[in-house]
Design a protein around this ligand. Structure first.
Ligand SMILES: *[C@@H]1O[C@H](CO)[C@@H](O)[C@H](O)[C@H]1NC(C)=O
Ligand SMILES: *[C@@H]1O[C@H](CO)[C@@H](O)[C@H](O)[C@H]1NC(C)=O
Ligand SMILES: *[C@@H]1O[C@H](CO)[C@@H](O)[C@H](O)[C@H]1NC(C)=O
Ligand SMILES: *[C@@H]1O[C@H](CO)[C@@H](O)[C@H](O)[C@H]1NC(C)=O
Ligand SMILES: *[C@@H]1O[C@H](CO)[C@@H](O)[C@H](O)[C@H]1NC(C)=O
Ligand SMILES: *[C@@H]1O[C@H](CO)[C@@H](O)[C@H](O)[C@H]1NC(C)=O
Ligand SMILES: *[C@@H]1O[C@H](CO)[C@@H](O)[C@H](O)[C@H]1NC(C)=O
Ligand SMILES: *[C@@H]1O[C@H](CO)[C@@H](O)[C@H](O)[C@H]1NC(C)=O
Ligand SMILES: *[C@@H]1O[C@H](CO)[C@@H](O)[C@H](O)[C@H]1NC(C)=O
Length: 595
């Protein structure tokens, strides 16, 4: 009796290429189709830059494909038959047009196909795709596909994942839009149509778990969504949806919701307690921060910034699992609630009407990285008590009623991770004592304008470390509205990268360093001092009545004074921590407080 294996081997010896190092053999026809496919696209284009400017690295290299079955980077074969079942050509630098008779459509056993992030310019969704009836995973995202999604797509009845995002698919009813009256796929679990203009959409699958419809010019909340009982992730961001958001309580598995950048009005929708991530910034939501949010005990990220929420911040909101809380730019009142020992990393309640003190319990949020309370009515002293937080990188207290002396008992390594400190427009007073050398390397930006801080700009900053050369990222030096005295150090001339310098409304004297960068600043940046002269001001330094020497103060040598690096107003506004830090590469060197 001949074993089935023997039959397979005998048959194979005629038209299989045996490959010793892999356990499967690849039928010659599959090799031929692969090589023919490679030859269809002789041109390579690896120019695609990702959002952060980094060049993508190709995931599969089809240039390397040869007759050797091991060479087929990005290809998987069926273990038994050797048929091509997976083509993962994501970001493979392929440049060209898929023709109606492309060899691509000859892989009848293909279950997984990703062509995303290539350059299939002027390619269409040919009927040929409908021949790949075994496809379970199809990703054509981020190419320049054009034209209609032909009805052949309805042939792909086994599809589990469909990603057509960021192309230029169109319809016959209206140019530049796609219109899926019905996508009949029973087994579809994940659908992404972002970046295509959608006029109508209805999805037959009740199993849909992930629906991504970002930037689709949608104007009404798609009602079929309420019937998707398996839905776990819903992204409707960056559309033009107006009106009230319907209750999502019966999407009882929903855990991630993105409604941001629409025109939703009214109160926040009811949500199921399964929610973990909610982004709803940039809308017109009103009313209290719903208590249904408190029911979501596993909530990890909440962003309700730039809405019109009112009332106070419910204490129950800040559960143990909350990592990000952004409530920027609403109408919230009351005090910040007691915050339990938690994993909170980002707390941004800027631009509200919050009063009272910072909750001392913040000291127990040992993961805190970003604290922004700007533009509120917080009446407190400087939170030196946060000095032991090991990850605290950004503190923004700008425009509140913080007050008191800026000085504190010495302490070994205070604020070990601090990079950006903005305490401007408060009521701090005292001398700014800086010590060169002890400052954490990472310190990148300090804004102190609009306080009552005194001291001199040091007459020489010539001892600066060579890392100063790296300061190219910094936008500005803002010392305005304090009581700083002395001269602007001549050495500031080397800071030619500074786009913004402001020393106005202090008690500075002497000549403004005459470099292009400094002289090019508006006059307003130097006004309101005792005796500054030289361009851009009108006052010449060579008139008899202008002081030519700096008034000496006894503690001049002892006290290093306030040369602080600030940044343009509002730079932090709305930025995520990563972006904020990205703007300020770790270069600075000053120590603000003698601690
Ligand atoms: C792709 O493969 C070709 C041929 O093997 C090789 O010359 C080239 O360096 C490879 N490219 C990358 C990015 O690995
Ligand atoms: C991409 O292919 C097109 C033809 O399909 C060609 O005109 C273009 O120069 C190619 N671009 C690169 C970068 O190879
Ligand atoms: C759909 O698939 C069948 C085979 O399953 C094929 O005969 C038919 O041509 C396909 N339709 C389209 C539009 O590709
Ligand atoms: C978005 O929809 C509006 C009407 O709802 C329409 O005027 C506009 O042209 C659409 N934008 C695009 C890019 O299709
Ligand atoms: C919170 O959950 C409980 C039970 O899970 C439910 O009865 C109650 O209505 C929910 N409250 C809100 C405000 O959603
Ligand atoms: C914001 O809400 C308040 C009531 O809390 C209302 O008076 C005001 O008109 C709302 N503003 C906008 C822009 O919707
Ligand atoms: C910090 O947490 C501990 C218990 O973990 C608690 O005893 C202490 O009171 C908390 N500190 C503040 C300021 O809430
Ligand atoms: C700040 O709080 C103190 C009491 O702690 C109070 O005396 C003072 O008037 C408050 N300042 C303002 C501007 O409300
Ligand atoms: C400098 O700061 C002062 C006070 O903070 C402000 O009035 C002025 O407009 C600023 N100058 C420039 C050029 O921004």
């Amino acid at each position: 009796m001949i074993s089935p294996l023997a039959v397979l081997l005998t048959t194979c010896s005629f038209w299989c290429i045996f490959v010793t190092s892999v356990s499967i053999s690849v039928p010659r026809d599959q090799v031929e189709i692969l090589l023919a496919l490679k030859n269809e696209f002789p041109s390579r284009n690896c120019d695609r830059k990702l959002a952060d400017g980094v060049l993508q690295s190709p995931s599969a290299n089809i240039t390397s494909w040869t007759k050797d079955a091991n060479s087929f980077d990005g290809v998987s074969f069926d273990e038994k038959t050797g048929a091509v079942t997976e083509l993962n050509l994501r970001g493979a630098c392929i440049n060209g047009t898929i023709k109606p008779n492309s060899n691509l459509f000859r892989f009848q056993h293909l279950r997984y196909l990703s062509l995303s992030m290539n350059h299939f310019d002027t390619s269409s969704f040919h009927a040929g795709f409908g021949r790949l009836t075994n496809l379970e995973y199809l990703d054509l995202s981020q190419n320049s596909f054009i034209g209609q999604v032909t009805s052949s797509i309805s042939n792909l009845s086994r599809l589990n994942t469909l990603d057509l995002s960021y192309n230029k698919f169109t319809n016959d009813n209206t140019p530049d839009t796609i219109n899926f009256d019905s996508l009949p796929f029973k087994s579809l679990e994940s659908l992404d149509l972002s970046g295509n203009v959608i006029t109508r959409l209805n999805i037959g699958s009740k199993n849909l778990q992930e629906l991504t419809l970002s930037s689709c010019n949608i104007t009404e909340f798609p009602t079929f969504i309420k019937t998707l009982r398996s839905l776990q992730k819903l992204d409707l961001s960056k559309n033009r949806i107006v009106g009230k958001a319907p209750s999502l309580r019966y999407n009882s598995l929903l855990s991630e919701l993105d409604l941001s950048s629409n025109a939703f009005h009214g109160s926040f929708p009811m949500i199921p307690p399964t929610m973990q991530i909610i982004y709803a910034s940039n809308n017109y939501f009103t009313g209290d921060i719903s208590l249904s949010l408190c029911n979501a005990s596993g909530l990890g990220r909440l962003d309700l910034s730039n809405n019109n929420f009112s009332g106070s911040i419910p204490r129950c909101l800040i559960g143990k699992s909350l990592g990000t809380l952004k409530l920027h730019n609403n109408n919230l009142i009351g005090t910040l609630p007691y915050i339990e020992k938690s994993g909170l990393q980002i707390l941004d309640v800027g631009h509200n009407q919050i009063s009272g003190k910072l909750p001392r319990s913040l000291v127990n949020c040992t993961s805190l990285m970003f604290l922004n309370v700007e533009n509120n009515r917080i009446n407190d002293t400087f939170p030196f008590w946060l000095k032991a937080l090991p990850d605290l990188q950004i503190i923004v207290l700008r425009s509140n009623i913080f007050h008191g002396l800026i000085s504190s008992p010495r302490s070994h390594h205070p604020f070990p991770a601090l990079r950006i400190l903005d305490i401007s427009h408060n009521n701090f007073y005292g001398r700014l004592n800086m010590e060169l050398g002890k400052i954490p390397e990472a310190f990148t930006a300090i804004a102190i304008s609009g306080n009552r801080l005194g001291g001199e700009i040091p007459e020489s900053i010539g001892h600066l470390p060579s890392s100063l050369a790296n300061l190219k990222q910094l936008e500005s030096l803002d010392l305005s509205q304090n009581q700083l005295s002395g001269e602007i150090p001549e050495e500031l001339r080397v800071l030619t990268f500074l786009a913004y310098l402001n020393v106005s409304h202090n008690k500075l004297t002497g000549q403004i360093p005459q470099s292009t960068q400094i002289v090019g600043q508006p006059k307003a940046s130097f006004e309101g001092n005792i005796g500054l002269c030289g361009l851009p001001l009108q006052e010449s330094c060579f008139r008899d009545n202008v002081p030519t020497s700096i008034p000496q103060t006894p503690e001049k040598v002892l006290n290093w004074k306030a040369a602080t690096i600030g940044y343009g107003p509002g730079v932090l506004f709305g930025l995520a921590i990563g972006q904020a830090l990205g703007l300020y590469k770790p270069v600075l060197f000053y120590k603000l407080f003698r601690l």
